[in-house]
Design a protein around this ligand. Structure first.
Ligand code: ATP
Length: 222
């Protein structure tokens, strides 16, 4: 890894035909940082994730990833017929990693679920499997797409606790892509607000929570 942020998106523009989905978007995720990208439906969040993953090609600007990036996809997408253990192993397949012990060490709640069929787990447990599967590739940064989607607040709080531990113990950086601004600002130290393909606000979570733009639009005005 050369020096510089783990993820560096610079003046990124992405188009679908004539429609501009991302318009000169810039953001960074530093080593060990917890960063959120918040925005409503259609803001361009999935487009950014797909560009980070190399699925979409920029019209202009650039995406630089230094180190290993793993993606926790929206909707979890665990293999329902496979056990938790086998789901984890699939996550290590690309780098030839079969040893799941390191994942159980940071996500101990998965240990007792290891023989269970992933499709029969609760949504929160499946999200934990999806995070564990991503960790198998020993990433420097996790891109987590809609962590909280469809999950009860208590389940989300538990996942957030695990992500904090993961970050503190292993220094894994996180880019959290979220519609739930309250959760995003709670977990992350910095955040960007994306609207209609543009970054309309950025700053520390404390700054954004205090700004009327964010609080009125995303935190119900509190
Ligand atoms: P959501 O949370 O609903 O997934 P999002 O923030 O991820 O929203 P994107 O899916 O990135 O937003 O969409 C950004 C814009 O690009 C939207 O206006 C969307 O309609 C448009 N768009 C997305 N995919 C395509 C496509 N394949 N062809 C044309 N337009 C698209």
């Amino acid at each position: 890894r050369t020096s510089g942020p783990l993820v560096e998106v610079a003046e990124l523009t992405v188009r679908y035909g004539a429609a501009t989905a991302l318009d000169r978007v810039s953001l960074t995720v530093g080593v060990g940082e917890l960063v959120a990208l918040v925005g409503p439906n259609g803001a361009g969040k999935s487009t950014l994730v797909d560009t980070l993953s190399g699925i979409l090609v920029p019209a202009s600007g650039s995406v630089t990833v230094r180190g290993r990036l793993a993606h926790v996809p929206e909707g979890r997408q665990v293999f329902g017929d496979l056990s938790v253990e086998d789901n984890l192993r699939l996550g290590g397949w690309r780098i030839g990693e079969r040893d799941t012990a390191a994942v159980y060490a940071v996500l101990p709640a998965l240990t007792e679920l290891r023989r269970r069929r992933a499709g029969l787990l609760s949504g929160g447990e499946q999200q934990m499997v999806a995070v564990g599967r991503a960790l198998m590739s020993r990433p420097d940064v996790l891109v987590i797409d809609e962590l909280s989607l469809g999950l009860a607040p208590l389940v989300v709080a538990d996942l957030v606790r695990h992500l904090r531990e993961l970050n503190a113990w292993r220094g894994v950086a996180v880019l959290l892509i979220e519609q739930n601004a309250r959760l995003a600002l709670d977990l992350c130290s910095r955040a960007y607000v994306l609207e209609a393909g543009r970054i309309v606000a950025e700053g520390t979570s404390a700054e954004l929570a205090a700004s009327s733009l964010v609080s009125d639009a995303y935190l119900g005005g509190v």
